[in-house]
Design a protein. Structure first.
Length: 262
């Protein structure tokens, strides 16, 4: 089925018998998220099953070879944008690098690959993406229910409208493209303004660094050979050898452009 032939999104009236609602309600029991909040969220007129999410997740898995990854991510515009990003945020990047012992250009490369330095955050409603997976993709329904519960925990505590959060069709969001459970576990309030933000560079870069360190990144170590601790930390961020390879190559290319970046 071509994407252009996708049916319109399907709006669903709230029902306490809604499978997604029931699963999330059970997962959040005793969490401090009140029942009336869940009912309000699930009765929002924007709640809908998104057929494009279903279509994308039910496509047969295709493994890209590295040349395909490279074609997407190792491009002149992305490399130069990374060098300019580093120059623009150099003080912050170096401060976080020193605080966590994470190579500064690894931080830049990750946000370059994940969101093109904050330009591309995803166009799907994260709530609806996870809601759709619960209803339409049985093999991932339990996972999606846990992630939707985590999203609502974050939204409730931080007074964020969960329907305002956009991201990928698989439920990742923000400049660092964390899934909700990873955000709740690893995100930090680096600038100490009382909120862990997914679209503000101090918190995002601090959270990426925290994620790497908590997944075994060895401070001040530039050994990124396969199966070294730092390689494994990058692999934990996205479990793909090609992902790790593209992060490392983008890092090298950005470093080479730094002397010429404005």
């Amino acid at each position: 089925m071509a994407q252009g032939s996708l049916a319109p999104s399907t709006d669903l009236p709230f029902s306490s018998q809604d499978l997604a609602y029931q699963k999330v309600e059970e997962l959040l029991e005793g969490s401090g998220v009140p029942a009336h909040y869940l009912q309000t969220v699930f009765s929002h007129p924007n709640v809908q099953i998104d057929p494009e999410v279903t279509y994308r997740l039910l496509l047969p898995a295709e493994k890209k070879d590295y040349s395909e990854y490279r074609e997407i991510f190792i491009t002149g515009p992305r490399i130069w944008a990374g060098a300019r990003f580093y120059k623009e945020h150099e003080r912050l990047v170096l401060e976080i690098s020193r605080a966590f012992g994470v190579d500064p250009l690894i931080l830049v490369s990750i946000v370059g690959v994940e969101s093109s330095y904050g330009r591309l955050r995803g166009r799907f409603s994260v709530f609806n993406a996870l809601y759709t997976i619960i209803h339409q993709v049985p093999r991932r329904a339990e996972w999606a229910a846990r992630e939707l519960a985590e999203l609502l925990k974050f939204a409730y505590v931080n007074r964020v409208d969960p329907h305002s959060i956009s991201g990928s069709y698989a439920g990742a969001f923000g400049y660092g493209q964390f899934i909700p459970s990873s955000f709740n576990r690893y995100a930090i309030d680096y600038d100490q303004d009382g909120v862990r933000r997914y679209d503000d560079w101090p918190d995002v870069l601090g959270s990426v660094a925290n994620y790497l360190v908590r997944n075994g990144y060895a401070a001040a170590d530039l050994d990124f050979s396969e199966d070294a601790p730092n390689w494994k930390a990058l692999y934990a961020y996205n479990r793909s050898r090609n992902y790790v390879r593209v992060i490392l190559e983008l890092r090298e290319e950005i470093e080479r452009r730094l002397p010429l970046a404005e």
